[in-house]
Design a protein around this ligand. Structure first.
Ligand code: ARG
Length: 397
């Protein structure tokens, strides 16, 4: 009598595939159920995961969470101007959703244990573990616990009739969802190595982008984009469409050194064309509609939100509180932003909103609505404390 059933987050790759026999042979489970979650990775990737899961595991689920990912994770990230060390995140946003789906299947199948194929060096192990442990599940992470090498994994896969990807086909490790595509590993681990063009799949290099700029128009309601170039979209398709348009102009590439949660520095490459455009447009609209006080305070909230999102601490009570503030702050963030895309850069050209607190009448060089003389009194007091310090110094000299 073994340990019963375990449910595993499954990608179809080598690591998660060898975990299936390992969970039986090394850990004594009788049944392994695999779960692949569709968050916008290539169709081919999700099809492979489905086929391999059905073949290798005792039972397999593929869950289409694309629209939910956009509405429950990406839209909040846009409203929070979510970014970590200068890039919009992606993997970090998807992991809690994937873990949540796996936990749901565990409950459905009456299993108290779940597994993932993360190593002990990255962020994803912590993001998965947190959500699983929050749900009271036992977590098994064979790759981390058995300290396996790739060479050993390939040998083990062959013995168990698990197809092994050809090394030259996959010299990099890629993780993608509709918001961002990340490429790491292989030669890219040398930070001085220039990323070759073939690693990119969503964007052209800015030098090869069209010589004519393109303007896109995005409409927001309460901080959420709902129209692209005047066409209404549910969410997922807006991002997919914009990835295509902005990617053609070489927008949203990132080549950086990132500080992982554990403290290790990693060389990471990202492409996220739509995210770059939507975040720029949203931030611009906030400047038209929010007060100076709101903007300054929200910057701090956004930073903290981003840090917690990166760490995958989505059930941290503070994260809920920050989300409540952010939701409340977006009530007036509605309107339209026009963005120009040109050779790797995106620039806001114009914006408008019914909720804007810009007043042309007040600020214009050409109007007299405000009596300029009123500013004379303000000016008399302006910086008075600094002047008093200076006067005191002079007196003591
Ligand atoms: N460093 C990023 C993060 O922790 C992305 C990691 C993606 N993994 C990959 N195999 N490319 O969010």
């Amino acid at each position: 009598m073994g340990k019963g059933t375990i449910v595993m987050a499954y990608s179809g790759g080598l690591d998660t595939s060898i975990c299936i026999p390992l969970l039986k042979e090394r850990y004594g489970y009788d049944r392994v159920i695999t779960v692949a979650v569709h968050v916008g990775q290539r169709d081919e990737e999700i099809q492979t995961a489905t086929k391999k899961g059905q073949k290798l595991a005792d039972k397999h689920y593929t869950i289409d969470a694309r629209e939910r990912f956009v509405h429950e994770y990406i839209f909040p990230a846009i409203r929070a101007n979510g970014s970590y060390e200068g890039y919009p995140m992606g993997t970090a946003l998807a992991r809690p959703l994937i873990a949540g789906e796996v936990a749901k299947i565990a409950a459905l199948e009456g299993s108290s244990a779940v597994a993932h194929g993360c190593t002990g060096k990255g962020n994803d192990q912590l993001r998965f573990d947190f959500v699983f442990r929050m749900a009271g599940l036992e977590v098994i992470a064979p790759i981390r616990e058995l300290n396996l090498t790739r060479e050993w994994e390939i040998e083990y896969a062959k013995e168990h009739n698990i197809p092994v990807p050809v090394a030259k086909d996959r010299p990099w490790s890629v993780d993608e969802n509709i918001w961002s595509r990340s490429i790491e590993g292989g030669r890219l681990e040398d930070p001085s190595y220039y990323p070759p063009d073939e690693i990119y799949a969503w964007s052209v290099s800015p030098e090869k982008a069209p010589d004519t700029p393109e303007i896109v128009t995005i409409d927001f309601i309460k901080g959420i984009p709902h129209r692209l170039n005047g066409v209404e979209y549910a969410g997922y398709d807006l991002i997919r469409e914009l990835n295509g348009i902005a990617g053609k102009h070489g927008i949203g590439r990132n080549n950086m050194i990132e500080d992982r949660i554990l403290g290790l520095k990693a060389r990471e490459i990202y492409e996220h064309p739509a995210a770059t455009v939507l975040l720029a447009a949203h931030a611009d609209l906030e400047h038209l509609t929010l007060t100076r006080q709101e903007l300054a305070f929200k910057r701090m909230v956004d930073d903290k939100w981003s840090e917690l999102a990166y760490m995958g601490l989505v059930h941290e009570p503070l994260f809920h509180d920050l989300n409540a503030f952010i939701t409340s702050s977006q009530g007036r963030v509605s309107g339209r932003v026009d963005v120009m895309l040109y050779k790797g850069c995106c620039r806001v050209l114009g914006r408008s909103s019914q909720e804007g607190i810009y007043s042309g009448d007040l600020v214009s060089f050409d109007t007299t609505t405000i009596d300029q003389c009123h500013a004379i009194g303000v000016s008399a007091y302006y910086g008075i404390q600094a002047r008093l310090v200076e006067q005191g110094k002079k007196k003591r000299e």
